[in-house]
Design a protein around this ligand. Structure first.
Ligand code: AMZ
Length: 277
């Protein structure tokens, strides 16, 4: 019987009403600690834990299917700085992890892959060295994700300390052509503010490309997650959650129940009826 259900490539149950989305906890590393910045401002950092491994394990234990790690010192310095913390997280966790911040050459990307990191996120080089992006996408298919961090639609680079004249959507189209596996779109003015995601910008971006879009910045509640899940048919396949998880505004388990695998609204329609028969 066709009850509107189907399975995804990895066997997860979903429905024709909309597919599941990944809820991806973020761990931002500054001087080996787990922090959150406000709008990416290094002067406005809040330490959430001295022990990022413990935090990573906690999100994995609570059901995360992927982790998003940012080397904030690295993004500023232009090279990996928090390698010990990244390696420790990788060695203590079995779920996939994506890492960005300071990856500006091939050897840094290779260093992460050698550690067992699953995806490398490139930001600054997408604007400054598209040729390198193309080479890396060819060498590591499906492993290179582009982080597009936008301030009023324009792409910011180098720890968000510089704003380019490149339009986010334009860069996304170019990166898709070069072979990027996915785009992570961060709205800087929302990041760390708990003000809600920029749905209009995400809709515009997702309409312009066919590779997956992962939303980031401003997510503050389960309601925000549900709003984002309406964009799943347009290609928004995941959402990165940072501050809201650390403040408790979103309980990971509830976020997963709302839009993740086994989300509660996907219980088969005849499931409840038969129990009353
Ligand atoms: O918060 C910031 N100031 C910040 C941040 N979170 N600056 C950079 N980043 C992240 C980007 C992307 O994931 O969101 O670093 C990565 C890009 O680094 P790079 O070094 O490639 O531009």
């Amino acid at each position: 019987m066709d009850n509107g259900q189907r399975t995804t490539d990895n066997g997860q149950l979903t429905t024709d009403n909309g597919q599941i989305m990944e809820v991806i906890p973020a761990i931002d590393l500054l001087a080996g600690r787990c922090v959150r910045l406000y709008k990416g401002d290094y002067a406005q950092s809040q330490v959430f834990s001295e022990n990022p491994v413990e935090v990573a394990k906690m999100w994995a234990d609570q059901g995360a299917t992927r982790l998003h790690l940012v080397d904030l010192d690295g993004a500023k310095a232009g090279k990996i700085v928090n390698l010990p913390a990244i390696a420790a997280i990788r060695n203590n966790l079995s779920i996939p992890i994506e890492v960005g911040g300071g990856l500006r050459d091939r050897s840094s990307v290779v260093e992460l892959f050698n550690l067992g990191v699953d995806w490398a996120i490139l930001g600054t080089v997408a604007v400054e060295q598209p040729q390198l992006v193309q080479e890396l996408c060819q060498e590591f298919p499906e492993k290179i994700i582009i982080g597009i961090d936008a301030r009023n639609g324009l792409v910011a680079t180098r720890g968000w300390l510089e704003t380019s004249s490149v339009l986010a959507t334009q860069l996304a189209v170019q990166m898709q052509e070069l072979g990027a596996a996915a785009i992570i779109y961060t709205d800087i003015n929302r990041d760390g503010t708990l003000q809600g995601p920029n749905l209009d910008a995400l809709r515009e971006l997702a309409a312009a490309i066919s590779i997956p879009v992962i939303a980031s910045g401003g997510v503050s509640s389960v309601t925000d997650l549900l709003s984002l899940s309406a964009l799943e048919p347009q290609g928004v396949t995941g959402v990165i959650v940072g501050k809201a998880l650390y403040t408790g505004n979103i309980i990971l388990k509830e976020g997963l129940q709302a839009i993740g695998p086994g989300r509660i609204q996907d219980i088969p329609p005849d499931f409840g009826i038969s129990s009353f028969a």
